[in-house]
Design a protein around this ligand. Structure first.
Ligand SMILES: [Zn+2]
Ligand SMILES: [Zn+2]
Length: 113
């Protein structure tokens, strides 16, 4: 096997250098952010998928009070975020709290048997 070949990189690329437009930069930044922080996007995804409505009490939310609608992970694992939304449930803060207190209670009761 010969190592003799010299692999010089083929010089500078020619051609016009067009600086990216602000729109292109914004687009790239968006893509980068989406790649860098997929976990922080699941809430928006879930709200978009399931709608701004509580899955339990069916209370509807608007842009104004959407912060009261949270995303519950059905399997309790908040890093399990399938893109089809199958592990997400949109719950208002009240139902969400209720859901988790029930879980704890159920754990407690079943563990104490
Ligand atoms: Zn609710
Ligand atoms: Zn939850």
């Amino acid at each position: 096997m010969s190592l003799g070949g010299s692999y010089k990189r083929g010089g500078k690329k020619r051609g016009p250098v067009t600086p990216p437009t602000p729109e292109e930069i914004a687009k790239r930044l968006k893509q980068l952010k989406a790649l860098a922080a997929p976990r922080s996007n699941y809430r928006e995804l879930s709200l978009a998928l399931h709608g701004m409505i509580c899955a339990k009490c069916a209370r509807e939310f608007s842009e104004k009070d959407r912060h009261l609608l949270t995303v519950h992970h059905k399997d309790g694992n908040d890093s399990h975020n399938p893109a089809d939304g199958s592990n997400w449930e949109n719950l208002c803060v009240y139902c969400h709290e209720d859901e988790h207190s029930r879980e704890r209670l159920a754990d407690y009761l079943s563990g104490d048997d």
